[in-house]
Ligand binder design. Structure first.
Ligand code: C2O
Length: 534
């Protein structure tokens, strides 16, 4: 294994998109940001130097960070932010992981422009468990606001209302021509005929699940969230914020231009940025710009299409890559996932939108929880997060009368190596909606899923304990539930939240504290000397 060094200078850069120019926060002026390349078991050192006026922290989304929670990145959870002028070196090892992950800012809404890919190649001499691709390409999907995203969220927090939606989606930083800016060029993926390409697709959007489609071509899904899957063919993929999907693309034509389209998926009666971002798959040697378009772009409410895609995902579960699903469970938990409304004297309707797990709207502390945990500082958090709903729920699709939530910095404590089954139940207090829930520090197995209320006697009988998909960000279906299992084999403080950024802002987040085990190898490492102070 090698040690890989990266320098990340956080700087402002003027960027023109959608026919207007604005300064955005970037790494070294790049948008999307630089790709981190490494191999399985390599150690990565990223020196982040903050040259902007914002506090910064970077999260390595999906990297397990075994015993190195200090490098995980969420601000006030595992570290204090890197203040203007300060430097912090993230130091972590990619133990037993290979595939596509990504990195992003984990403070305020800065991840809108501060994000990039992490490509982890298999160990030298170890092949992919699928036909070797001739070429590889990172494809980052995101959202673009013409206004400053920090202003967008601050305005929403002041008013208590929902923030304005983005102005465009992007594919590797470009939307393609859109209404009002026809000259906007799209990303061009140049290909040669009759080769196989591995596309590493990342959804870095703040608030939207997305469909991805290429005209005239089929895709073969081989990996999600840096875990190999049983390969399957599809013409559309659906991908939630936080998730990554690797697909094989065979360039079966000799020549031509083919449309690549990215459009939103939302299973809720809410406003979305409904614009389709486009790119071009361009066969080398093709003259002219005539393009084969798609016969159909999925409408935003194409739920059956999205469901059939996610239901097709299975762990590879081979001899080399077994699915180690916990079979004996120590903690049976059920968290409701919901939005609510709390009083707010200064807000527009004297109320503000909030979000919660089990009716608890998470309050971000002033110092990092990992420090409070490691140094045993009292009064920062309480370990009484409810393991089951404190209020009776019954998903019916209509609003209950009580939409209020409790506030608190409450964590759920797990013994080292204990096993957890967690049912995430969307109760749709305001409106049913999909929620991509991301757990830091672990991969989880998605053992079951359903519509309506989870039934604790009937539903577990149908769980897939053999080859459930293993990932770090799982969708909770609108008005339904998802059951996950994981082993708490990583001591530290681990954030879990909805990866729709607005829901995180509103408090749809909580923390698992995993205590040290007996031996040194089962304990959290000591903090690095340059860990930022609050
Ligand atoms: Cu990709 Cu806590 O996030």
């Amino acid at each position: 294994a090698m040690v890989r060094h990266y320098n990340f200078n956080v700087v402002l850069k003027n960027v023109t998109r959608l026919c207007s120019t604005k300064p955005i926060v970037t790494i070294d002026g790049k948008f999307p940001g630089p790709t981190i390349y490494a191999s399985e078991n390599d150690t990565v050192l990223v020196k982040v130097v903050n040259h902007v006026k914002y506090n910064i922290s970077i999260h390595w989304h999906g990297v397990r960070q075994l015993r190195t929670g200090w490098a995980d990145g969420p601000a006030y959870i595992t570290q204090c932010p890197i203040q203007p002028g300060q430097t912090y070196v993230y130091n972590f090892t990619l133990t037993g992981q290979r595939g596509t992950l990504w990195w992003h800012a984990h403070i305020l809404w800065l991840r809108a422009t501060l994000h990039g890919a992490i490509v982890i190649l298999p160990k030298l001499g170890v092949p992919y468990p699928f036909p070797k691709p001739n070429m590889e390409q990172v494809i980052i999907l995101s959202e673009w606001w013409n206004s400053d995203t920090e202003a967008v969220i601050n305005e929403a927090l002041k008013s208590g209302l929902a923030p304005s939606v983005s102005d465009a989606h992007t594919i590797n930083g470009h939307s393609g021509p859109i209404q009002g800016c026809a000259s906007q060029e799209g990303f061009k993926l140049n290909v040669e005929p009759r080769l196989t390409y591995l596309l590493r697709i990342i959804n870095a959007a703040l608030n939207e699940e997305l469909f991805f489609k290429i005209a005239g071509h089929e895709l073969t899904v081989v990996e999600v969230d840096a875990v190999y899957t049983k390969p399957f063919k599809t013409d559309t993929i659906v991908i939630a914020p936080g998730q990554t999907t690797n697909v094989l693309l065979t360039t079966k034509h000799a020549i031509g231009n083919y449309l690549v389209a990215v459009s939103p998926f939302v299973d809720a009666p809410i406003t979305v940025d409904n614009k389709t971002a486009t790119a071009t798959l361009h066969y080398s040697g093709t003259l002219g710009s005539t393009i084969t378009t798609l016969t159909s772009i999925p409408p935003k409410n194409a739920t059956p299409l999205a469901t059939s895609f996610t239901n097709s995902l299975r762990s590879l579960n081979s001899k080399e890559y077994p699915a180690k699903v916990p079979l004996k469970i120590d903690h049976n938990l059920l968290f409701t996932v919901s939005l609510g409304i709390n009083p707010c004297a200064t807000c527009v309707n004297n109320s503000r939108l909030v979000a919660d797990f089990n009716n608890v709207t998470f309050v971000t502390p002033k110092i990092s929880l990992l420090q409070a945990h490691f140094l045993n500082i009292k009064g920062v958090f309480t370990d009484d997060f409810p393991g089951n709903p404190p209020r009776v729920y019954n998903f019916t699709g209509t609003q209950p009368s009580n939409l209020r939530t409790m506030k608190g910095t409450r964590v759920y404590r797990l013994a080292y190596n204990s096993t957890v089954e967690l049912v995430l139940q969307d109760t749709g207090m305001i409106t049913p909606e999909n929620h991509p829930i991301h757990l830091h520090g672990f991969n989880v197995f998605v053992v079951g899923k359903g519509r309506g209320n989870f039934n604790p006697t009937k539903d577990p009988k149908k769980f897939n304990l053999v080859d459930p998909v293993e990932r770090n960000t799982v969708g909770v279906p609108s008005g339904g539930w998802t059951a996950i299992r994981f082993r708490a084999d990583n001591p530290g403080v681990w954030f879990m939240h909805c990866h729709l950024e607005i829901h995180t802002t509103w408090g749809l987040k909580m923390v698992f504290v995993v205590d040290n085990g007996k031996g040194r190898s089962e304990s959290l490492l000591a903090p690095p000397n340059d860990l930022p102070k609050c």
